[in-house]
Design a protein around this ligand. Structure first.
Ligand code: NDP
Length: 434
């Protein structure tokens, strides 16, 4: 603990994985040889750097940049970049740790990493965003590369920010190395369906969990926290499966619409004008209402998809959801449910999908973007989406079968942790003590 002092989110993520590993180590003691568990919990490299930039008032601003290169046993480090004022090394470490197992679960050749900055994009002009991204890349560029480390987007980082970062990387290296970043715009090497992939993947995973019990999403009430990239496309796919979205949110509050959330309007507000979800009510009219602050989890539903941020759903929220009859919860975000919430869902036999399985569709499609870049190809939306669907079906099967194999049927947390761990551990063991 002293070694990772002041990093509660990292402790939380590591504890959850380590708690699942008892069964695999009892059965295969070689997995605990050569300090493998200690090595897997220690990032290969952590980089912290100064990001100076000049705001629109000509003032110099300083932020802190991070890149944690956690594990490269399966391939180049791979994981998003987050811009949010809450970012610190502990948050980036927890995300990098989770990413390592998630990436392993996809079955693709990618290691785990994560990065970001405590820069707050809210209220910044487009020029300020550009200058910040350029300064961030002036340092980051020496640590990444298509065979080294391949960042993507995350909270506060979408196609606009990736574009500015790619432009600066290209200028600094004097080469068009498309595979160095994913989540790129279609105009310069991006993949179709990448923007939609994380949210779509979460909905595919929920569909598989329900199908396992002979159910489908037709007519189910669904609530989704957040209204960013993951939330929007999770809603889109749930709608296509016949579900009804009754509420979504942002960090200031949530909106309830019993007529069903108008997704085009949400896209217009969040993707178009980068506005607030509170604007939905006035633009929509009808029965919709907005609750400032408060907990979206109070809204009764069959399916709950936390798609905003870590620890946004606690034990008391889980209790409310269970009392209101929720049957499935899937983490579109990374670690949005506290350990107490996860425990309550599992106790109540609610289908529960952990983020490292349920939101792996984003990084899987990033790996598909890398494949297209490497072969200088560009696939259709349908082809890319069908590969994503197949990957999510396989991840669901791997988690489900692993849970069965280790005597915990229906425990997707245990299944995901063990299936991801075994793949990383086997590769690390084969490479000796490095
Ligand atoms: P976006 O920035 O597009 O959207 C984030 C959403 O969550 C916004 O609605 C935001 O509200 C809300 N939010 C962010 N921080 C907080 C907070 N501290 N409290 C309450 N609400 C908050 O991010 P993404 O959709 O890309 O990411 C959402 C989650 O999904 C993250 O956990 C991320 O790690 C995870 N994820 C993302 C992937 C991707 O491909 N983008 C892949 C896998 C996981 P507001 O606008 O008010 O800040």
């Amino acid at each position: 603990l002293h070694r990772n002092a002041g990093e509660p989110e990292f402790h939380q993520a590591a504890r959850e994985v380590l708690e699942s590993l008892g069964r695999v180590i009892t059965r295969n003691p070689e997995y605990s040889d050569e300090a493998l568990i200690e090595r897997i919990c220690e990032p290969e490299r952590q980089i912290i750097f100064r990001v100076p930039w000049i705001d629109d008032k000509d003032q110099v601003q300083i932020n802190r940049g991070f890149r944690v290169q956690f594990n490269s046993a399966l391939g180049p480090y791979k994981g998003g970049i987050r811009f949010h004022p809450s970012v610190n090394v502990g948050i980036i470490k927890f995300l990098g740790f989770e990413q390592t197992f998630k990436n392993a679960l996809t079955g693709m050749p990618i290691g785990g990493g994560k990065g970001g900055s405590d820069f707050d994009p809210k209220g910044k002009s487009d020029r300020e965003i550009m200058r910040f991204c350029q300064s961030f890349m002036i340092e980051l560029h020496r640590h990444i590369g298509e065979y080294v480390d391949v960042p993507a987007g995350d909270i506060g980082v979408g196609a606009r920010e990736i574009g500015y970062m790619f432009g600066m990387y290209k200028r600094l290296n004097n080469r068009f190395e498309a595979g160095v970043l994913t989540g790129k715009g279609l105009a310069y090497g991006g993949s179709r369906a990448r923007k939609e992939a994380t949210g779509f993947g979460t909905a595919f995973f929920v569909r598989s969990m329900l199908a396992q019990q002979g159910k489908d999403m037709e007519g189910m009430r669904c609530i989704v926290s957040g209204s960013g990239n993951v939330a929007i496309y999770a809603m889109e796919k749930v709608l296509s499966f016949g579900g009804k979205i009754v509420a979504c949110s942002d960090s200031a509050g949530y909106v309830v619409d019993e007529d069903g959330i108008d997704l085009d309007l949400v896209k217009q507000i969040k993707e178009g004008k980068r506005g607030r979800i509170s604007e939905y009510v006035e633009l929509r009219g009808g029965k919709a209402h907005y609750v400032a602050g408060g907990q979206i989890w109070d809204v009764p539903c069959d399916i709950a998809l936390p798609c905003a941020t870590q620890n946004e759903l606690n034990g008391s929220d889980a209790k409310t959801l269970v009392e209101n009859g929720v049957i499935a919860v899937a983490e579109g975000a990374n670690m949005p449910c506290t350990p107490e919430a996860v425990h309550l869902f599992q106790q109540a036999k609610v289908l529960f999908a952990p983020g490292k399985a349920a939101n792996a569709g984003g990084v899987a499609t990033s790996a598909l973007e890398m494949q297209q870049n490497a072969s200088r190809d560009s696939w259709t939306f349908a082809k890319t989406e069908s590969k994503l669907e197949e990957i999510m079906t396989n991840i669901h099967a791997a988690c489900h079968e692993t849970a069965d194999e280790y005597g915990a049927p229906g425990d997707y947390v245990l299944g995901a942790n063990i299936a991801g761990f075994v793949r990383v551990a086997d590769a690390m063991r084969a490479m000796g003590v490095i």
